[in-house]
Structure formats: C-alpha cells, structure tokens
Design a protein around this ligand. Structure first.
Ligand code: GDP
Ligand code: MN
Length: 389
C-alpha cells in the first residue's frame, strides 16, 4: 500500500524525523483558516499517490491566505495526472539551503535492505541516476548487522556533510531504516530532505510503501490508513474502489458490453479467451478467487451490474473449493434485493459445474434463473443477448 504524504509524515514524526508544521484540508475555506493561523508563506500540496506532483502543478507556494484559497480552489476537486484530488496538505514554507535525498528500500533481487543517499535531492532518483550517477550512494545492508552508527556516518560523510549536519543526516538514515523494518515497508523515501539555514534537516516530502503481504502484522495501521483513503463518488473509479473494499481479487474494466464474473483466475482467463473467440466484447472482468462466499458474489454482481454499459452478465463457476449451492444463494440474493432495478436489456447467464452443482441449479431455478452446464452454450447465449441492443 502506498501512503499519502500526510500519512507518511505522521509516521516520520513518530519515528524522530522532523517535518514542517502542516494540516490536511478538504476545502479552500479550511485552507484559508489554516493560513490565517500559520501565517504566510505556505506550501499547498495536493494529496495524491502519483509522484512528480511539483512538475505537474500539485505543489504551490502562497504568499497570503487569499492566494492560498485560490490555489486550493484549483486543486481540490480537480485531478492531477488522472488522480482525483480530495485534499491538500498546507505547510509552513521551509527556507531551503540545499536539497538532499535519503531513503531505505528492499531490493528484491538480492532480498536485502538498501540505503540510498544523495546530495542532489529534489528531483526523482531516476533523474539523479541519469544526470549525476556518481552522486548516488547505494549501500546494501547485511540484515544481521543493520545500519550501525558507523555505516550511517560513513554514508553521511560520503554525501559531503561534516559535523552536526553529518550526524543529523546519519540519524535520519537510521530512522528511515528503522521505519522500513518496524512497519514492513518496501520503500521509505525522503526527497527532498532539506538542509535549512540553521544547519538542521527537515523532511519536505515523504514517501512510504508498505508490504501488503505483511498487513496482518499491522492490522490496526492498515485499517486506519485505508479509512483515510478518499472514496470516489462515481463511475469506474467508484467501482474499482468498491471491488477493492470487498476484497475481490481482480476487477478490470474494458470497452465492450459483457460483464464476466468467474470464480478463479484460470476459469476467468478461459472465459475471457472463449468470449473473445466467439466474437463477444467484454466490459468488466471480475475474479472471485477459489474460496468465494455468497456475499462476495452478490457484491461482485452489484459492482459489475451498476455499470450502465454492461448489457449481460456472464457468470462462469467451476466448483472446486467453491460450493455451487452457496454461489447460487449469492446470485438469488442479488436478484431478490436488486431484481427490480435490473434493466430489461440486461440478463444473467450462469454456467455452473462442480461441487454441489445440482443443489445450486435448484436454487437458481427457484428464482427463475436457468443455468448452463456447458461453457460454450453459456457464452453463445451471453453474446446473443449482448447484441440485442
Ligand atoms: P513531488 O514533486 O511530488 O516529489 O513533491 P515535493 O513534496 O517533493 O515538492 C516538490 C518540490 O517543491 C520540492 O522538491 C521542493 O523544491 C519544493 N518544495 C516543497 N515544499 C517546500 C518548502 O516548504 N519550501 C521550499 N522552499 N520548497 C518546497
Ligand atoms: Mn518529492
């Protein structure tokens, strides 16, 4: 999971990395009030997950509360690099003497933590690598030894620092590494790490990516971060968001008019291939995983069918671990709850085989849904319906 800047900065503060004083705002009115309290100048920063916000116009400086409000009006509710902007971070503007880069990440090739440091911060690491390859220090760590004071100071000296600033930079490197380990992050990046006129360091930007596979070890943190994610209001962004919320393993939108729900990745790929071979065009593809519950398939139907462009829903289920009686209950529950809203041109085509399929068929028949045993028949039927209008 990639964290928003304000979330990453909260973790920085909790782990001893200084950040500028700042508050998240969701409206230009809030921004106005914050700047009145902070005093100008301030920096207004769009909270989005894409990088390179500065160049894209998502990081702006304001000289007073009126200018800040105007900038906030342009950013909030708009989009940046195709991502909706729901909030901005308002921060006191830091007078920067020089910009550095400090970070820790997991290198998946060597499976080792790596420390990265540079005296050419402010631009992304790829550009530094391109323009100043000799100005990047990459130090692979031995996990048993970690980032000792000695190693951290050696790196800090190598970026050209001395005295108090060198010690302070070394401390920040150690904090990024301890955040990496403590939260099972795959990336912790401070860019720019700003050296101020007084000779102290402050994290002007913050990036953290957490390893989703380790979310069970940090369930409270993940729940909090997830709750802070802005909810899209409509369209495909909303449907993708809902699919993620429901823990649907795969949800993809394309350009056709057939919605496909399958109960496994293999079944799904087969359904996509055959549907295309038979001349059908797919609008949405949804895969439920091998252990789907009735609630999950009902949720998937809700999401796929809420899309006006889906003319027919093709559900292909091959019961291995999944029980067809349970899948049928999910489908009939959807029809019972949403049946009246299902548009005329839309129909539901079910192909069902495997574990408890007879029971499943009976349940479906009770709700007037006929089901196919043969996948080719089901696909032909779905394509025929998709062409009716
Ligand atoms: P990014 O473009 O998404 O990486 O966003 P950043 O947070 O890194 O901001 C982009 C650039 O804006 C930075 O590299 C800084 O040069 C500048 N910037 C951001 N905050 C401040 C600040 O408080 N003071 C000053 N002087 N510059 C800032
Ligand atoms: Mn940055």
């Amino acid at each position: 999971m990639r964290l928003y800047e304000f979330q990453a900065k909260r973790i920085f503060v909790e782990n001893g990395i200084k950040v500028p004083r700042g508050i998240v705002a969701h409206s230009s009115y809030e921004v106005f009030e914050i700047v009145k309290e902070f005093g100008a100048p301030v920096i207004i920063k769009a909270q989005v997950l894409v990088g390179g916000r500065g160049l894209a116009g998502g990081v702006k400086s304001a000289e007073n509360e009126y200018e800040a409000r105007k900038i906030a009006d342009q950013l909030i509710g708009g989009s940046l690099k195709n991502e909706d902007v729901a909030s901005v971070l308002v921060e006191e503007k830091v007078p920067i003497e020089k910009e550095y880069f400090a970070g820790a990440l997991i290198d998946y090739q060597s499976k080792a933590p790596v420390i990265i440091a540079s005296s050419k911060g402010g631009v992304d690491i790829e550009s530094i690598a391109l323009e100043n390859p000799n100005e990047i220090i990459m130090e692979k760590l031995d996990d048993k030894i970690g980032l000792t004071d000695y190693i951290a100071r050696r790196i800090a000296k190598a970026v050209g620092l001395k005295g108090r600033a060198m010690l302070s930079f070394a401390n920040i490197l150690q904090s990024t590494f301890s955040i990496l380990k403590k939260y099972d992050a795959t990336l912790v990046e401070v860019n720019p790490l700003a050296l101020t006129a007084e000779g102290s360091f402050i994290a002007v930007d913050a990036k953290i990516t957490l390893d989703d596979n380790a979310s069970f070890r940090h369930s409270e943190l993940f729940a909090k971060l997830k709750a802070e994610k802005p909810k899209p209001v409509k369209g495909s962004k909303l449907r993708k968001f809902l699919a993620e919320e429901a823990d649907i393993p795969t949800y993809i939108e394309l350009d056709g008019n057939i919605g496909i729900i399958a109960d496994g990745a293999g079944t799904g790929m087969l359904t996509i291939d055959l549907t295309k071979d038979y001349g059908g065009e797919i609008k949405a593809y949804c895969e439920l995983g091998g252990r789907a519950t009735p609630k999950l398939i009902e949720e998937a139907m809700n999401i796929v069918y809420s899309n006006e462009e889906v003319k027919v829903l093709l559900i292909n289920l091959i019961g291995g671990l999944n029980r067809m009686d349970e899948m049928a209950q999910g489908i009939t529950s959807y029809i019972a709850n949403k049946g009246k809203e299902v548009r005329n041109e839309q129909e539901i085509v079910v192909r069902m085989s495997g574990t408890l399929e007879e029971e499943g068929r009976k349940i479906l028949a009770g709700s007037g849904v006929s089901s196919f045993d043969n996948i080719y028949d089901a696909i032909e039927k779905a394509i025929e319906i998709s062409r009716r209008c």
